[in-house]
Structure formats: structure tokens, C-alpha cells
Write a protein that binds this ligand. Structure first.
Ligand code: MLT
Length: 410
């Protein structure tokens, strides 16, 4: 009989969002009259920008003609998309990238998981707690860890607590680690990191020959001009950081699927025998072997995000979500809750009232307000006693959810 990958059995629970979905479906089935408002998973609700839709349609029409038909594209993405991203998203930050350093994909979640393919299993990995669960679970799945302890921390991973005391920004590891996951603006806490903060991490990585996985999926939601959008705004980062970006939240592509990874040529690792080797070369090899590129219409739609019209229209959509974030943040603070995030990020991280556990607060909100959020403990043990609300709902629902919560907490 074929053997399974036993590492999967080490996973403590099902993936967070399907578990929430299951509970909400059960509640809705038992309470068909309840108008449930979903502010749990960070799924967008605004339609794609008109310029993006137009490009999408045109690309589909291309596929209907002999002249413009497109079959397999370059595995790492079309140059016209990569160059548009570099010009519009990186050049203005003072970051120069080569076309060969960027890889377009079908989404950032897969990229964050797949990148592990090109790193040896005996690398020591550091991740925050709480954290986007994909970082943790994919390291378990690939076999980098032992079993979880009673808290839910897996043996072999270095967990960096992100607490109210440290402003939800972890301290540098005390020992040597080889890979560090950072996510700013942060999911789930909505925290951002200043350039000086990121410099500390880059300096650590350079001093320890470590690689930073920098998840910048939410960079478009930064409103404070002093906050860096890319880790490459920090000197030296091109030698030690791989950056992930996503069109999901930035351009409403959660259902369309497109993301990108930047692997600068200068980011090096060592072979078993101690020679230096470029991760860019390995990632190219992996991509060309295991992936056939994001689809042509999706890449055309993604390119339209960088057109003058598309850029402006998307900005309006982002502003809409950030106004939602303000409504949630200020509404809940007025109701007496302690809230974080929601200023440069589309997530509001709140302390549960009366010392309730994260899941108890989830049940309370669902049962008494018919509002769905995400329990902080689902992002790691240090998230216990916290709760996340997403700003991606539609405005009327957001206003109503805040009103319901305020009334309930009175
Ligand atoms: C979240 O709610 O944390 C995100 O939507 C998950 C994701 O981007 O995969």
C-alpha cells in the first residue's frame, strides 16, 4: 500500500477558514432567518475595476481569434506584465529590479508554500505568533517540524511572539535562524513596520546568512507615506529577502488568482558542500518545471491594474475598504473595545472583552450579533484573547455589524 505523508497528521486542526465556514454554515442552517454578516476571511466584495474587466474581456476575445490566440506563455509570466509591475510599483519606491527577478503566479498563498521547495529541510525557520497560518502549516506539511506541544507550537520552529507589549512586532531571534517570515502590513494584527524596524531584520539576516520571506500582500493599504511598501526600500535587502505580493486584496483578485514573487539574483544560499548558489536560479528551475504560468486573460487583467485608469479605479476601491476599516475601528473603540490595526491595513485586531477566549467571542458574536469574525487563537497561541475583523465587507454590512456589536456590548 502507498504510504501517506505522515507530516500531515501532525497538524493540530483543520485549516482555519474552512473551520469557520463549517461553523457558520451550521449556524445558518439552524437559524435560517438570521442575516449573517461575514467579516471573517479577508475576501473582497467590490467588483473588479472597470479597466481590469475591459482588459479581461479583450483577452478572452483574443483567445477567440487565430491572430491573437495565446497558448502556453512564459512560465514566470509575460514580460509586459512584469515590466509594468516593476515600473509602476517598484521604481517609484527607488527599487530597481530586473525582469528576471520577478515571477508571476496564480496567487500568493501557493507561492508562500511552494518557496519551501528550494530550501533544505534542516534550515531553522522563525515565524511570528500570531501569524498567517499558511507559513506554519506548510512547514509542518513539508516535514521541517516535530509534533506540536500542548500550546500548538511545533517542535523545530522558532516562534516570535507578537504581543501588545511589543506592539505586535516581534523581537529579533535570540539565536541563529536561517529563514524568517515577516508580513507587513500584518495579517492578522494590522501592524506596520517602519523602515528602521525592517532595517533591524535585514541587518540580522545579513549577519546570519538568513533569508527573509517578506509577505507584502497588503502593501496597497498603507496610508502613511513614511511606511515602506517593499522590503527592498531597505539597503541590503536585495541580498537577503524574497518578497511576495498579491493581486487578491490589492485588485480584488481573490477569485481571479494572481500573485508574484521577487527573488533577487543576489539572494544566495549554500549547497551541501558549502558553495554559494542563487535562489533565483532554483526558483526559475522549479517554476519552469512545476508551473505553466498564470492564464493569459488573468495576466492581461493584472496588467490593466497598472494602466492610468486601472490604477486610479483600484485606489478608489482600496479607499472604500479603508473607510470600512475606519468605521470598524472607531465604532468598536467607542463601544469600549481595545482595538489595533485598521489604519494602514484592512484588518482590525481587537482584544476580546471580559477575558473571553477567542472562540467564545466568535460564538458570542455569531449567536448574538450574527456577525462572523476570525478568532485570534486560530493564528497561533499568542492570538488567544484576540479577534480579527476584516474591512473587506460591503459598506452597509460593515455599518450594521458595528451597530449590532455596539448594542450587544452595552
Ligand atoms: C485571510 O483572511 O487571512 C486571508 O484572506 C487569507 C488568504 O489570503 O489566504
Amino acid at each position: 500500500m502507498a504510504k501517506i505523508n505522515d507530516n500531515y497528521l501532525k497538524l493540530k486542526a483543520g485549516y482555519l477558514f474552512p473551520e469557520i465556514g463549517r461553523r457558520v454554515r451550521a449556524f445558518a442552517a439552524a437559524n435560517p432567518e438570521a442575516k449573517v454578516i461575514r467579516l471573517g476571511i479577508g475576501d473582497v466584495t467590490r467588483p473588479l475595476a472597470p479597466a481590469v474587466i475591459k482588459a479581461f474581456h479583450e483577452a478572452v476575445d483574443d483567445l477567440a481569434t487565430v491572430e491573437n490566440f495565446a497558448g502556453y506563455g512564459p512560465e514566470q509570466g509575460y514580460d509586459w506584465l512584469i515590466n509594468a509591475i516593476i515600473e509602476k510599483s517598484y521604481k517609484p519606491l527607488g527599487v530597481d529590479l530586473k525582469t528576471e527577478e520577478m515571477f508571476v503566479s496564480d496567487g500568493s498563498k501557493c507561492d508562500c508554500a511552494n518557496i519551501l521547495d528550494i530550501f533544505a529541510l534542516d534550515n531553522v525557520v522563525a515565524i511570528g505568533d500570531p501569524v498567517y497560518p499558511v507559513y506554519n502549516d506548510t512547514n509542518v506539511m513539508i516535514g521541517r517540524t516535530g509534533e506540536a506541544d500542548e500550546k500548538g507550537h511545533y517542535k523545530g520552529i522558532v516562534y516570535l511572539p507578537c504581543t501588545e507589549e511589543n506592539g505586535f512586532i516581534p523581537a529579533l531571534p535570540t539565536g541563529k535562524v536561517d529563514i524568517i517570515y515577516l508580513c507587513f502590513p500584518n495579517n492578522p494584527t494590522g501592524t506596520v513596520a517602519s523602515k528602521a524596524e525592517l532595517k533591524k531584520w535585514v541587518d540580522y539576516a545579513l549577519a546570519n546568512d538568513a533569508v527573509i520571506f517578506y509577505d507584502a500582500a497588503y502593501e496597497a493599504f498603507i496610508t502613511d507615506p513614511s511606511i515602506p511598501h517593499s522590503i527592498y526600500e531597505v539597503e541590503g535587502a536585495k541580498k537577503c529577502a524574497i518578497e511576495f505580493r498579491s493581486f487578491s486584496k490589492t485588485a480584488g483578485f481573490t477569485g481571479v488568482r494572481c500573485g508574484l514573487v521577487v527573488v533577487p539574483e543576489e539572494v544566495m544560499g549554500t549547497t551541501e558542500s558549502g558553495e554559494k548558489y542563487s535562489f533565483n536560479k532554483l526558483w526559475l528551475r522549479r517554476t519552469t518545471t512545476k508551473f505553466n504560468g498564470a492564464s493569459y486573460p488573468v495576466q492581461k487583467a493584472a496588467a490593466a491594474v497598472y494602466s492610468e485608469e486601472g490604477w486610479k479605479q483600484n485606489k478608489e476601491i482600496i479607499d472604500y475598504y479603508m473607510e470600512n476599516a475606519r468605521i470598524i475601528r472607531e465604532g468598536l473603540a467607542a463601544a469600549g473595545l481595545t482595538v489595533f490595526g485598521g489604519v494602514n491595513a484592512p484588518y482590525i485586531w481587537l482584544k476580546t472583552p471580559d477575558g473571553l477566549s477567542s472562540w467564545d467571542f466568535f460564538d458570542k458574536l455569531l449567536n448574538e450579533c450574527n456577525v462572523v469574525g476570525t478568532p485570534g487563537s486560530g493564528f497561533g497561541p499568542a492570538g488567544e484573547g484576540y479577534f480579527r475583523l476584516s474591512a473587506f465587507g460591503n459598506r452597509d454590512n460593515v455599518i450594521e455589524a458595528v451597530e449590532r456589536i455596539k448594542k450587544n456590548l452595552k
